[in-house]
Design a protein around this ligand. Sequence first.
Ligand code: C5P
Length: 219
Amino acid sequence: NYIPVIAIDGPSASGKGTVAQRVAAKLGFHYLDSGALYRLVALVAMRSGGDLGGDEKRLSEVARELDVVFKGTEIRLGNEDVADAIRSEACGNAASKIAAYPAVRAALLARQRAFRQLPGLVTDGRDMGSVVFPEAALKIFLTATAEARAERRYKQLMAKGIDANIATLLQDIQERDARDSNRSVAPLQLGADTNLLDTTSLNIAQAVDSVLQQYAETR
Ligand code: C5P
């Protein structure tokens, strides 16, 4: 049985997670937030007293042994819901460093591919179309200018009552972009078989419609 995959890759704070989730809901497909897996490895490492000192072997063991269950909006690590804990900027930055290790990426590969189940999968990340699901029915590179992304993140944080500074957010986003785009394994890049979707001047609903329309055109 053929199981379609829609792969949505892009830089941090581009809105790809929200778009991917809504597309999955519209189509009744499963959804995988691959970044959450890297964030989970980072969280476990941070909690084990420090950063595991960049020990690639131990980090890959953490990745292989992750006791995680995705259940609706909950992300259960053992008995604890860490859905909020993994969203911190510190966790995102640590994840982006850990994600540069080939052994960590390799350890997460089978786990990600296991999400491909009927009737289909929508997934978002950095290498969903290039490495994890190269045979995806539709590959999208969803992005926006760094300034637009910083502003969106700023509004999000403000709405949650969290104090933030646009200049700092912009700098974090640019540093993360550079790290994710310039690493040697599975860098974030626009592949030849991937459609560019620039959302700088689109809202979420428009971006979702665009992806759904592009998917309809593949069939
Ligand atoms: O997408 P999100 O910001 O949650 O991802 C956190 C970090 O995990 C990214 O900065 C990136 O370095 C890494 N990541 C990755 N490959 C993926 C998803 C995320 O390298 N498929």
